[in-house]
Write a protein that binds this ligand. Sequence first.
Ligand SMILES: CC(C)(COP(=O)(O)OP(=O)(O)OC[C@H]1O[C@@H](n2cnc3c(N)ncnc32)[C@H](O)[C@@H]1OP(=O)(O)O)[C@@H](O)C(=O)NCCC(=O)NCCS
Length: 225
Amino acid sequence: MPTDKSGIYYRLLTINDKNDVIKSIANNFCIRDPLCKSLILSEKDRYEYATYVAMFLTDNKSLGAFDDDNDDQLCGVQINSSSYFVPDIDLEKYLLSVSQKTQNLIRFDHFLQKEMMNKFCGNNYIGGYWISVNAPYSGRGVGHQLVTRCMKWLTTNFRDFDSLVAVTTAPESKHITEKIGFKSTYEMKMSEYKDEKTGERIFANAGVPFVYLMVKLRNVTNSNL
Ligand SMILES: CC(C)(COP(=O)(O)OP(=O)(O)OC[C@H]1O[C@@H](n2cnc3c(N)ncnc32)[C@H](O)[C@@H]1OP(=O)(O)O)[C@@H](O)C(=O)NCCC(=O)NCCS
């Protein structure tokens, strides 16, 4: 498997990677992502939410970073999915089976994917919904590689979408997407977001005031790749 000079290699994730992806999301994303962090999730919340995230693997558009020098450990993920994909679950029933905080997070994702993105990005996009690099690997360019490689792979292999969309909650990921040509089309004030069911402003105290919808149009992408 070809690696870069740091011993990291990248490959598409399959459903067989599910358990490793769940661990990575639960023990990294759920702890370090600014919105998750502000909710102070329990281990149960983190694993529940990570299990939901891993359902998007079945859309077969996600990429993993692996450490060749450390037993091929999964050290970073970018979970992508098309705007048409929906996990094969009855969402309302599923929500009843998870904790309040997991429900909050899933409803927020659903709101972003099915309302905000469709409103500001059209309904024919591929979304980079979750990006996470394990803490010891952070700041070494793995996140940048994940986003760049996903863009190239998606653009080369899928012809029928208009744009690539990323939701950025962390300043690092906004920086990475801007660097490779994504533009912010909407900034969402987190203190104004209300949970659809409880009406609670769950992210009022999030460390980040805004979440950004970052878009790169496919025709622009084509000329660059
Ligand atoms: C966000 C994340 C995926 C980035 O991955 P990474 O491998 O650490 O990122 P990279 O090393 O490729 O690049 C980081 C870039 O952000 C820049 N950066 C670091 N801190 C920054 C800040 N506070 N504001 C803006 N840019 C910042 C770095 O300088 C670097 O850019 P450069 O290469 O131009 O110098 C990783 O930090 C992570 O997993 N965070 C926790 C989960 C999370 O928050 N996910 C994002 C949800 S949108």
